[in-house]
Design a protein. Structure first.
Length: 202
């Protein structure tokens, strides 16, 4: 392989590696931030609903449902369900009719042991929260879809791909020009040596 091509390839590999690490790191941290932020919002919603349900003398289930409905702007396709220790469904709310979620006994048991469990169901992010601030403990399950977060993440991915591909093409072109300018003095010296050798032979 010609020296010029080797220099171009070496330069491209270095910048390609740096671009890959930067783009992957940006997407990784953005993905984790969206996921953690939405999980925190779900957990807060579960805690709020649990506290309202625990004050049955002030908030009946009809009123709690109205309060849950009022937060529909913050989350999309929200579903909230409350279970007792026997796994009996005590309360249910969903933005859409017949949008209840199936929660396995394993998830409820894990919530009892770990206080909080994150999982996915019906393409939604979900949380099961163990509420123990009342004499009758509850397992609150809150699930919702995060369209804005996923949309922003998709846009970020598109921008990163454009930057990555554009940066790679610019790197190849820049590497070719750089190798040419780097080899020019070497070529000049080689030409001078050839001329000197030719004169000596003459």
């Amino acid at each position: 392989m010609p020296v010029k091509a080797r220099i171009t390839l070496f330069f491209t590999i270095i910048v390609f590696t740096i671009l890959s690490i930067v783009c992957i790191s940006i997407y990784y941290f953005a993905y984790n931030y969206r996921e953690q932020n939405f999980k925190n919002r779900l957990a807060n919603r579960a805690v709020t609903t649990a506290r309202l349900l625990s004050q049955s003398d002030v908030f009946n289930q009809s009123l709690v449902q109205k309060i849950d409905a009022a937060t529909s702007v913050a989350m999309t396709d929200k579903t909230i369900q409350a279970y007792n220790y026997s796994g009996l469904l005590l309360y249910a709310y969903s933005d859409k009719k017949y949008d209840a979620i199936k929660v396995s006994a394993d998830v409820l048991e894990e919530a009892k042991e770990n206080n909080i469990v994150y999982f996915t169901v019906n393409n939604k992010d979900a949380v099961a929260y163990h509420f123990t601030e009342n004499k009758y403990p509850l397992i609150i399950v809150a699930a919702a879809y995060d369209p804005d977060g996923r949309k922003n993440l998709g846009q970020l991915e598109f921008v990163l791909w454009i930057c990555f591909l554009g940066g790679t093409l610019i790197t190849v072109a820049g590497g070719y020009l750089f190798s040419g300018s780097l080899m020019r003095p070497v070529k000049r010296i080689a030409d001078d040596l050839n001329n000197i050798s030719a004169q000596n032979l003459a």
